[in-house]
Design a protein around this ligand. Structure first.
Ligand SMILES: Nc1ncnc2c1ncn2[C@@H]1O[C@H](COP(=O)(O)OP(=O)(O)OP(=O)(O)O)[C@@H](O)[C@H]1O
Ligand SMILES: [Mg+2]
Length: 368
């Protein structure tokens, strides 16, 4: 049996002074769905192009199973790529678009017909096979692009922001379909996106990239729950994690976070897993669901603070509230029916397990 694991080792690609991919290492297990997540220009597409063979690295190796494919031509790699711009052939029908790669390989007409039909049925576009791309909606065109990749029966799927041209509703539907396809086919997949929600919902493993490097990789729960840097913390999660600048004050009975706006008792250093070291300035991070608001004005937890209700943003299932604390703002998630209103003083507290601390200077996480 062919093992379709993928290993990227010390992969580097420079364009002049720019290190688009910088000594990148990544292991993708056979059958896994891995996402490269990061802002524009961080090297996601370059990485994918190197894997596909559309570009050559300056250094490093790419292994598919135990085969070194670093310099192998793209069409021998048994990988299929789906691009952001679908790049369908405008003069060909949907059938011809999907079957084109098989025709190039001189497959028999009957085999092409069978494989194209099977893929079209899987993607729910069997009724569109005679149409030209211009006669299709954006979502249908993207399905054809997926079909073109699927029909090759590749060992690895490479998907570069395949849904970014679609509107939000369609994007989320295509996301679900790709997840179903992956569950059904089990093909090793590397997916590129700058949309954190897309990465979190689809992946077995998320790799957060910055400046050509992977700065953290792990399960979506890991990345969300234990961001190893302020960069990752700020990139993942909606609304964004609240980040407050301040310093730590140590006393016998524990550590407090102190800023001109607020003082919050955090507990003993060992309890919060504070890493040894001196941190002149820190950043406290907390997600909205880890801020508990008490409409009746009393909070009993250690990490409590007083605040004033600011802007409220109801999204139906929950409401996000901006709590004004001095000049700072802490965002909390509350039940939609919580009886609070603009300008009302409320007590709030941080869930101890939801407190993140970062060293201001390096941006690194300093709690376990
Ligand atoms: N052919 C090229 N020549 C010169 N520089 C390039 C080339 N291709 C990419 N770069 C640079 O390499 C870096 C990484 O580009 P890349 O396309 O991989 O980013 P990306 O993460 O895919 O971004 P986006 O989300 O905008 O697609 C960028 O700084 C880009 O300007
Ligand atoms: Mg790109």
């Amino acid at each position: 049996m062919v093992v379709a694991s993928l290993s990227l080792r010390h992969l580097t690609r420079r364009y002049g002074q720019v290190r688009a991919v910088d000594d990148l290492n990544l292991e993708v297990p056979d059958g896994a769905f891995v996402t490269l997540l990061g802002p524009s220009g961080c090297g996601k597409s370059t990485t994918l192009n190197l894997v596909a063979g559309l570009d050559r690295p300056d250094a490093g190796t790419i292994l598919l199973g135990d085969r070194d494919v670093t310099t192998m031509p793209p069409n021998e790699r048994r990988m299929a790529m789906v691009f952001q711009s679908y790049a369908l052939y405008p003069n060909m029908t949907v059938f011809e678009n999907i079957g084109f790669s098989l025709k190039l390989r001189r497959r028999r007409a009957s085999e092409i017909r069978d494989r194209v039909t099977a893929v079209a049925e899987m993607l729910d576009i069997a009724h569109l096979l005679h149409r030209k791309p211009a006669q299709l909606s954006g979502g249908q065109q993207q399905r054809v692009a997926l079909g073109r990749a699927l029909v090759k029966q590749p060992l690895v799927f490479l998907l570069d922001e395949p849904f970014s041209n679609l509107d939000a509703a369609l994007r989320s539907r295509m996301r679900t379909e790709v997840k179903h396809l992956h569950l059904a086919l089990g093909t090793t997949s590397v997916f590129v996106t700058h949309d954190q929600e897309e990465a979190m919902t689809l992946s077995d493993m998320v790799c957060v990239m910055r400046d050509g490097m992977i700065v953290q990789s792990g399960s979506p729960a890991d990345i969300y729950g234990k961001p190893q840097s302020m960069y990752v913390a700020g990139f993942v999660g909606k609304p964004r994690m609240t980040l407050l600048d301040g310093s730590l004050q140590r006393r016998d009975d524990g550590v407090a976070f102190v800023s001109p706006d607020v003082r919050i008792e955090l507990g003993r250093a060992a309890e919060i897993g504070l890493v040894d070291g001196s941190w002149p300035t820190v950043v406290l991070g907390v997600r909205a669901e880890d801020v508990i608001v008490h409409a009746d004005g009393s909070a009993s937890g250690r990490a409590r603070f007083g605040s004033t209700v600011g802007l409220m943003e109801p999204i139906g299932s929950d409401t996000f509230v901006e709590l004004a604390v001095g000049a700072a703002t802490i965002v909390a998630r509350v039940a939609p029916d919580m009886p609070i209103s603009l300008g009302q003083p409320v007590a709030a507290e941080l869930r101890p397990s939801g407190i993140h601390l970062f060293a201001k200077e390096s941006g690194e996480r300093i709690v376990a």
